[in-house]
Design a protein around this ligand. Structure first.
Ligand SMILES: C[S@@+](CC[C@H](N)C(=O)[O-])C[C@H]1O[C@@H](n2cnc3c(N)ncnc32)[C@H](O)[C@@H]1O
Length: 275
C-alpha cells in the first residue's frame, strides 16, 4: 500500500519532516508567534513555550499581568531571550509581563557537598559581565546576590504580578532548594499552575544524573514537604507537539492545588479533546 502523506498532517508538518527545514526556518524566523512557539522555531524554545502558555492561561483567567523568572543568568543569553519573547507575547495576548533574573553576578558559588554535583559544576563557573548585560536589557530586572537571600527579599516587594513561568538553571541542589522559597507564599502570588523549565535534570554520560542529587532531588524533597503544592513533569508533552524535542522532558509545572482558580476552566468548552 502506498501512503501519500498523512491526512492528519498539514503542509507545515510535512515540511518539518525534511531534515534541513527546521534549521532553515530558524535562520529565517517568519510566521506568527503562535506558529513559531508550536514548532519550536526560536532560540530557547522552552522559554517561549513556558512564557507563552503562562500568558494564555492568565488571559483565560483575566489576569492582566504576570511575572516570568530566570534563576541562573550567567552571561545573560537566556534572560535577554526571555525578555525579547515576552515583549512579543505581550503584543499577541494582551497580558503584560514582568521579567526577572536572579544570579550571584559572580558565577557559581562553592558547592556544598556531593548533592551539588561538583564532578560536573564548580566554584567560579559562568561569570557575568554585569555592565555589558545591563546594557542589553531593556526592561528585565536583575536581582544579584545568593538566591538563598535574594529570593526571600524579592518576595517581600509589593506590587508584584503573579508568577506564571520560571526557568531554573542554577545547576546545584543547594541553590535550587533555596530558590524554591519562591513557592512558599500565598495563592495570589501565582497562577494556579506555574510552568517551569529545569535545565539540569540531565547531563552527559559522565555526569550520571539521578533523582538523589541536583535539581531532581530538590524537586523530590519539595514534593515530600508540601501536601497541596507539587512540582510535576508535564506528562506526554510530546503528544501536543508536532515533533520530539529534547526539552519536552524538562518541562514541569508547579501546581497550587488549593489556589482559588485551580479549578477554573481554561480550556474552551467546545474543544474536542482526543479520547
Ligand atoms: C548555567 S549558568 C546559567 C545560564 C543561563 N541560564 C543561560 O541560559 O545563559 C548557572 C548560573 O547559576 C548561578 N547560581 C548558582 N547558584 C547560585 C546561587 N546560590 N545564587 C545565585 N546564583 C546562583 C551562577 O552564578 C551561574 O551564573
Amino acid at each position: 500500500m502506498v501512503h501519500i502523506g498523512n491526512p492528519g498532517m498539514n503542509a507545515l508538518d510535512q515540511l518539518m519532516r525534511l531534515p534541513f527545514f527546521p534549521g532553515l526556518w530558524s535562520r529565517f524566523p517568519i510566521g506568527s508567534l503562535e506558529t513559531r512557539v508550536k514548532y519550536g522555531i526560536m532560540s530557547y524554545p522552552y522559554y517561549a513555550y513556558g512564557a507563552y502558555w503562562a500568558a494564555v492561561c492568565a488571559q483565560r483567567l483575566r489576569v492582566p499581568k504576570i511575572t516570568v523568572i530566570e534563576f541562573g543568568v550567567a552571561g545573560g543569553r537566556g534572560l535577554v531571550t526571555l525578555e525579547r519573547v515576552s515583549i512579543e507575547i505581550e503584543r499577541v495576548t494582551g497580558v503584560q509581563i514582568d521579567v526577572v533574573g536572579f544570579d550571584t553576578g559572580e558565577g557559581m558559588p562553592a558547592p556544598v557537598d556531593y548533592r551539588d554535583l561538583p564532578h560536573i559544576w564548580n566554584h567560579g563557573f559562568y561569570t557575568m559581565d554585569q555592565e555589558k548585560l545591563r546594557a542589553r536589557l531593556t526592561k528585565a530586572q536583575l536581582v544579584l546576590g545568593d538566591v538563598a537571600h535574594t529570593t526571600t527579599k524579592w518576595l517581600t516587594m509589593e506590587h508584584r504580578a503573579p508568577i506564571g513561568f520560571i526557568a531554573f538553571d542554577l545547576d546545584y541542589y543547594s541553590s535550587t532548594k533555596a530558590a524554591f522559597d519562591i513557592f512558599s507564599r500565598g495563592h495570589e502570588q501565582y497562577l494556579p499552575r506555574v510552568h517551569c523549565y529545569f535545565d539540569d535534570v540531565w547531563c552527559t554520560e559522565l555526569g550520571c544524573m539521578n533523582e538523589h542529587v541536583g535539581e531532581l532531588l530538590a524537586i523530590r524533597e519539595f514534593n515530600a514537604d508540601n501536601p497541596a503544592r507539587k512540582i510535576a513533569k508535564i506528562e506526554q508533552l510530546r503528544s501536543n507537539r508536532p515533533r520530539w524535542e529534547y526539552w519536552q522532558e524538562q518541562m514541569y509545572v508547579f501546581h497550587d492545588f488549593m489556589h482559588p482558580d485551580y479549578t477554573t476552566r481554561v480550556i474552551p468548552q467546545n474543544l474536542q479533546l482526543p479520547l
